[in-house]
Design a protein around this ligand. Structure first.
Ligand code: ADP
Length: 427
């Protein structure tokens, strides 16, 4: 059983994880403390305190795993913990007991869960609190109870010290792990962005050169009409490519800033498929690749309520990739009903994807090229699949790939067949 089972979701904030782990440790410690206290014969009030600690922190643990009011949770846990510290200090023989260590652990906790201003606020609070405890101990020396024996004091102090050290180690390790993961993530994002920019230059320059070159040739009056037509076609293909590249980049940034909205309406899948088939057949012919293109529909006149433009964009992207990464054989795309969803697929007999790369290809700017195989160096920016994934997610679906390296890839995505009324209510 891994630690994540106790901590919960991966995407929890670092602060929330610290609260979850701390609550778990405190309730576990309170449980042990209850047994130790009974064993060394401390009084009933102390047992009462440790049992309340057990209950309160178990509650915090579950609260931290379910609540969406993280700030409130942080305030409640921080303030109640300080209150508990004072009770523990009072019951555990003031400065004779192990409470001093616990104040240090509390400081570490505050530093990990709060930001600058609040840390300052809690630091002042802790210092005022400790000064008050000091004055209390000076002016009311008779209130300090004494340990039943020197042995029980030693056990209490050392157990307290060990627990405090353990918690500090856990905090520091968690912080170090968090820092390292964030740092590596940032570095990878940076590397990917640099690679993306380098690719982009190439991806933009190639069609631009072609447009510039053929535009200057086409104005030649002596050029036969056939050639003029061919050149115009090349210019048009490259312009389309450039425009879809710019669209992809804009969509990526729209998604990043949560500004991409869907326009849901009834889409006729059969119509869309026959249009795509005709268009891509023509493209494959132009490329001169020995590839046959097939489309499959489970029933005629299939319709779905979704954003038709985005659905087409995803299919186009997958079919374009299939053509790009297939030298010969067959590409098929289709769709059938599965429970309440429509399952779309695009299959090819191309180069395939290694198992270890299957999860990477949906990451932004991620391109998998076998550097040793010069034949396999394909052009691309690495945003197509990440954009498709974001769009499918936005449309409440799922996208995945099943592939055999060297044999071909099957891309699948689902979209819910929502009822018309639902969408009208939402819009
Ligand atoms: P791009 O194609 O512009 O590089 P994508 O995000 O569309 O970016 O694809 C990312 C990577 O996934 C590609 O570089 C390629 O390595 C791999 N890939 C995508 N589709 C296929 C496919 N049909 N067959 C093999 N590899 C593919």
């Amino acid at each position: 059983m891994s630690l994540s089972f106790f901590v919960g979701e991966e995407n929890y904030s670092f602060e929330r994880k610290i609260i979850i782990v701390s609550s778990l440790i405190v309730s576990f410690t309170a449980l042990i403390a209850t047994f130790v206290n009974i064993y060394i014969g401390l009084n009933a009030i102390i047992n009462f305190a440790s049992i309340s600690g057990l209950i309160v922190y178990t509650l915090f643990y579950f609260l931290a795993r379910i609540t969406d009011k993280e700030i409130l949770l942080k305030w409640v846990v921080s303030l109640i913990s300080l209150l508990f510290l004072n009770i523990v200090w009072y019951l555990n023989y003031f400065s004779n007991g192990p409470s001093n260590f616990l104040f240090l652990v509390y400081c570490a906790f505050i530093i990990f869960v709060w930001d600058k201003k609040k840390i300052l606020f809690f630091s002042v609070l802790i210092i005022v609190n400790i000064t008050a405890l000091f004055l209390f101990e000076i002016y009311f020396p008779d209130s300090v109870m004494s340990y039943p024996s020197a042995f029980s004091r030693k056990v209490d102090i050392y157990v307290g010290l060990i627990i405090s050290i353990a918690i500090i180690i856990i905090y520091t390790l968690a912080a170090k792990k968090n820092y390292t993961t964030q740092y590596l993530k940032a570095r990878r994002a940076d590397d990917l962005k640099s690679a993306f920019l380098a690719n982009m230059t190439h991806e933009i320059r190639t069609p631009l050169n072609s447009i510039a070159g053929f535009s200057s040739l086409i104005v030649n009056d002596n050029l036969p009409l056939e050639k003029k037509k061919r050149f115009a076609e090349i210019i048009s293909i490259n312009t389309q490519y450039l425009s879809s590249l710019v669209d992809d980049i804009l969509d990526t940034s729209r998604i990043e800033s949560n500004q991409l909205s869907l326009h849901v309406k009834e889409c006729n899948i059969s119509e869309l498929f026959s249009r795509l088939k005709e268009e891509f057949k023509h493209e494959i012919e132009n490329l001169g690749k020995p590839i046959s293109l097939k489309s499959n529909l489970s029933s005629e006149n299939l319709t779905i309520y979704t954003d038709c433009k985005r659905l087409e964009q995803i299919l186009r992207n997958l079919i374009n990739n299939a053509i790009k990464f297939t030298r010969e054989g067959e590409i098929s795309f289709g769709c059938y009903e599965k429970n309440n969803d429509l399952l779309f697929f695009v299959k090819d007999t191309g180069i395939g994807i290694k198992k270890e790369d299957e999860s990477k290809i949906f990451n932004r700017f991620s391109r998998i090229n076998d550097k040793n195989d010069l034949e396999n160096l394909y052009s691309g920016t690495g945003i197509g699949l990440s954009l498709s994934k974001e769009l499918v997610n936005l449309m409440d679906g799922k996208i995945w790939v099943e592939s055999e390296y060297g044999k071909g890839s099957d891309f699948y995505f689902t979209l819910p067949r929502l009822k018309m009324e639902l969408h009208f209510n939402n819009n």
